[in-house]
Design a protein around this ligand. Sequence first.
Ligand code: AMP
Length: 464
Amino acid sequence: MSFAELGLSPKVLDAVTAAGFSTPTPIQAQAIPHALQRKDVLGLAQTGSGKTAAFVLPMLTLLEKGRARARMPRTLILEPTRELAVQVRDAFETLGKNHRLTVALLIGGVSFDDQAAKIDRGADVVIATPGRLLDHFERGKLLLTGVELLVIDEADRMLDMGFIPDIERICKTLPFTRQTLFFSATMPSEIQRITGQFLHNPERVEATPLSSTVASLEQWVVKAPHDAKDKREKLRQLMRSQTNIKNAIVFANRKTTVALLETSLKRHGFNAAALHGDMDQSARLKTLSAFRGGEVTYLIASDVAARGLDIPEVSHVFNYDVPIHAEDYVHRVGRTGRAGREGHAFSMVSKLDTKHLKAIEQLIKKEIAWFGDVPKEEPAEAHEERPKRQSSRAAAKPERQPKPERPAKPERQAKPERERAAPKTEKPQRSHRPEPRHLPDAPDTGGFHSGNMPAFLARPVRSA
Ligand code: AMP
């Protein structure tokens, strides 16, 4: 399959060649023809699969007809984070180099007035985080009745960050007849439920299943002490033992740990910088660009950085903390071993983490080998009796699973960027709150569930 066979316009094909893309990725080959036929698409694809171009390329072709009107964008892309929104804008710049399209980026942390002025002149494409988009809308700066195509990107991330009620409100203001392209790396039941509401008879397309981590990735678990100081020392030993590190991401579950690790690693001579959700936009972009450019070797990150960010050729991933949610493991280690390159992922596991390790192994359908010491059977707590003899995977089969400590301050990367609260009457009901996915780290999902979905979303199915 070549790009020329997908139905893209000559201008788009020229930009694709100039970008150096020779063959469409599986998600592009599957999604682009449906998108060009104005069908709704449900794409199951993670970052690194080429999913951005899978929606940008057909959008560019479709946008060749018609023109932008003041304050009425023709297309809208919703992204969960500012970084992702910036990346999609960059993709429009590269792939849309033959098009004279106006692309407005509506994200928090940058001037509201400049954004409003841009929409005022007429935008073909609006790329926005949900909160900032609603701010513009509520201030009357933007009309969404002209939107012909909506992209909801990283839907599972939106769910984690509590953005689904905002998306629901945004969809209320969009035309009934719009086309929707919906992408998610995973398909938890909450997402499955909402796709039935947001999409019309969608074409389902799928890249490599998320739960199978790639073959070029070497994965290890490392026995770690529970004491934080000892654990940091163990991390340093581990990092020093790896002589082939080109660059690495060190993941921690909490932003406080991220900050602490950054300070500690720097003090011990590691070229490290932190990336987490409490940093302001310019600091985050600066850190990312330093990491991409090789000026920073170790990026210390919370899960904010695990998804969505296109950081090519990371040689190592170190999970200082085992992620609480197994899917996050796949996202984290997915930063290395990309595009057939060799990757190395190490996860530090203390006896308190065994439950989470087990969940990860179930998800990826393989047992991860121990690097160095294999944990010996130990009493779960000092005052307990020694447990009965266990298998060599003692850590995976604790007699009693101690609860992980409650984090002092959970990481909330995408705190909604809205500067004004939504009018009370339009707020979704918050009763019957569903279980947050990342207890206790996850932000609230905002009380969304199918039971409080407004009736307008249960649209009749269009004929293709
Ligand atoms: P994405 O999954 O959209 O974040 O894309 C991951 C990376 O793959 C980006 O750096 C893209 O520029 C690159 N890419 C996307 N499509 C192709 C393609 N067909 N051939 C080669 N590289 C691609």
